[in-house]
Design a protein around this ligand. Structure first.
Ligand code: ZN
Length: 194
């Protein structure tokens, strides 16, 4: 489960430290009272104190970082799911409100959107004149006609394609059929969509 690796890692590190301290105290007291010789004390602390500390600490540190990475991955996935939900709930979402709602920077939002597009999980476009994301069916985006202004591109393209007429960035799913068409500028200047 998430974060359990972190907890186990911390317990192992703590156990290593505690064993080291107890062994050091125990042998140290023997040394002080003259019952243990100097070389015996060094051997004892090394074998029963330092060695467990290194082994437990090493495994613990590994599990801890591994658990932490899993946690971050999961948080990233959840954030992407929420981002997708925000846009798809109403078919569109303002970049600014996404940034506020999900506490993300502009670049982080863009990065996540691009990844969702690459994974084939999001199709749509962003109208940069209003900073608004629109969720559209793959069929609408992966055609030669711009869903924002109606202008016709020569090539469908793939991934993130900028419309040469209105500047909207279209998010086209990987593997979209590459049809060609004669370029036609939009009939009227693109209406500003609210
Ligand atoms: Zn356009």
């Amino acid at each position: 489960m998430s974060g359990s690796g972190k907890t186990v890692g911390m317990i192992l590190i703590a156990a290593g430290v505690i064993i080291f301290l107890i062994v050091t105290l125990f042998i140290g007291s023997g040394l002080a009272s003259g019952q243990t010789g100097g070389s015996g004390a060094i051997l004892g602390i090394g074998l029963f104190g330092v060695l467990p500390l290194l082994i437990l600490g090493g495994i613990g540190a590994y599990l801890f970082t591994q658990g932490k990475r899993e946690e971050q991955d999961l948080a990233g996935v959840r954030k992407k799911e929420r981002l997708l939900g925000l846009i798809q709930a109403q078919g569109k979402a303002q970049l600014n409100s996404i940034m506020v709602e999900l506490k993300m920077t502009r670049d982080e939002v863009k990065q996540d959107i691009y990844e969702l597009v690459q994974q084939g999980l999001f199709t749509g476009y962003i109208d940069w004149s209003t900073n608004t994301f629109f969720s559209k069916d793959a069929a609408q985006v992966a055609s030669n006609k711009c869903p924002n202004c109606g202008g016709v591109r020569e090539l469908v393209g793939q991934g993130i394609v900028k419309c040469q007429y209105c500047g909207a960035e279209l998010f086209i799913p990987p593997g979209a059929p590459q049809t060609t068409a004669t370029p036609v500028p939009p009939a009227a200047p693109p209406a500003t969509q609210a």
